[in-house]
Design a protein around this ligand. Structure first.
Ligand code: ZN
Ligand code: ZN
Length: 298
C-alpha cells in the first residue's frame, strides 16, 4: 500500500483557488503526497486537466466536486468523489446552475430599476474591473451615484438578504445534489459539518440520517477547522451509521495561517486507506445500483 498522505478537499482556478489544476497536481506530488481529489465549488471544469496531468507525471487524481446545498442556519457543502465527469445528468445540472447564477446580476439590476434607481449592468461591470461581479460592486455604484451615503447603507437598504433588491443564489437541495452525484457514480460526503450551524449532537444526527436516506456515503471528519471534540463527534456519527470518514485541507493555493496541502497546519496527514475505503464503497454501491436499475432483467 502506498505510504504518502492524501488530501481529498482542494480548490483550483476552476473555482476560487489560485493554482491551476495542473499546478496543484504537480505541487501535491512535489510535496510527497500520494493522491489528491480536486473538489471545486459547483464545477468539474478542472477535473479533466488535473486527471491528464496526473497521468502524465504518474500521480493519482480523483475527480470530485463540492456542491453548495440549500440549508439554514449555516451552510451545507457536499463533496462528491470519483465522479464520472462525462455523465450527462451531472453536466446538465451543473450547466443549469451556472446559467441561473449568470442571470442573478441582471435580476438585481431589474429590482433596483423598479425601485426607481437608475443603474445599468454596464456600470456595475465597470465597477468590477472585469472580474467576477458581486454585490459589493452594486454597492459601489449606489454609493458613487449618491443613492446611499455608505457602503453599509447600500447593503442594509437594498442588497442584503431580505432587502428589496436581494436575489437569492440558486442552490440545489441536498436531495437533488446527492441524486446527481450518485447517478454520476460518485461517492458523496458531507463537507466540514461544523459550518452547518447545528444545535448540538442530536440535531446533527437527525440531519445526517436524512442525508443518508438521500444517498450520503461519508462525512468529512478530518478538516483543519474542526476541533478535537468535533473530530471525535463526527467519527462517532460516521461509525454509527456506517459512513466513510474522509478528510481534506480545503487548500486554495495560498497559505492561510500556515495551512498547506496534505498536512493542514501539521495535524492532517491522512493515510491512503481513506481512498481505498472510498473505492470499496464506490465499487460495491455502483454494481448494486446497476443491478437495481437493470430493467432488462425484469
Ligand atoms: Zn466548503
Ligand atoms: Zn472547499
Amino acid at each position: 500500500m502506498p505510504m504518502g498522505y492524501v488530501d481529498l478537499h482542494l480548490h483550483t482556478t476552476a473555482s476560487d483557488g489560485v493554482l491551476s489544476p495542473s499546478e496543484i497536481v504537480r505541487y501535491a506530488k512535489a510535496k510527497g503526497l500520494q493522491a489528491i481529489a480536486i473538489t471545486d465549488h459547483d464545477t468539474i471544469e478542472g477535473c479533466e486537466e488535473g486527471l491528464s496531468e496526473g497521468e502524465k507525471i504518474g500521480f493519482e487524481v480523483i475527480p470530485g466536486i463540492e456542491i453548495s446545498a440549500e440549508h439554514s442556519p449555516g451552510s451545507m457543502h457536499i463533496l462528491g468523489f470519483f465522479l464520472d465527469i462525462h455523465h450527462p445528468l451531472l453536466n446538465e445540472r451543473l450547466a443549469y446552475l451556472q446559467k441561473a447564477r449568470a442571470e442573478r446580476n441582471p435580476k438585481i439590476i431589474a429590482k433596483l430599476n423598479q425601485l426607481g434607481i437608475e443603474m445599468t449592468y454596464e456600470e456595475v461591470l465597470k465597477a468590477s474591473g472585469g472580474g467576477q461581479v458581486g454585490r459589493p460592486h452594486f454597492a459601489n455604484v449606489l454609493l458613487e451615484k449618491k443613492y446611499v451615503r455608505s457602503f453599509q447603507e447600500a447593503f442594509d437598504r437594498f442588497l442584503k438578504k431580505g432587502a428589496p433588491a436581494y436575489v437569492d443564489k440558486l442552490r440545489f437541495t441536498s436531495k437533488e445534489a446527492l441524486h446527481f452525484i450518485n447517478e454520476a457514480k460518485g461517492v458523496a460526503a458531507l463537507a466540514h459539518p461544523n459550518t452547518l450551524g447545528m444545535n448540538g449532537y442530536s440535531e446533527l444526527e437527525k440531519l445526517i440520517l436524512k442525508l443518508v436516506e438521500e444517498g450520503l456515503k461519508g462525512i468529512e471528519v478530518y478538516y483543519p477547522e474542526h476541533s478535537a471534540a468535533e473530530v471525535a463527534q463526527y467519527k462517532t456519527l460516521a461509525e454509527r451509521y456506517g459512513l466513510l470518514s474522509t478528510g481534506g485541507t480545503d487548500y486554495h493555493g495560498i497559505e492561510k495561517n500556515g495551512l498547506d496541502i496534505g498536512v493542514g497546519r501539521g495535524e492532517m496527514k491522512l493515510p491512503y486507506s481513506i481512498i481505498e475505503n472510498l473505492k470499496a464503497v464506490r465499487n460495491r454501491f455502483s454494481s448494486a445500483y446497476a443491478e437495481d436499475n437493470d430493467f432488462s432483467r425484469r
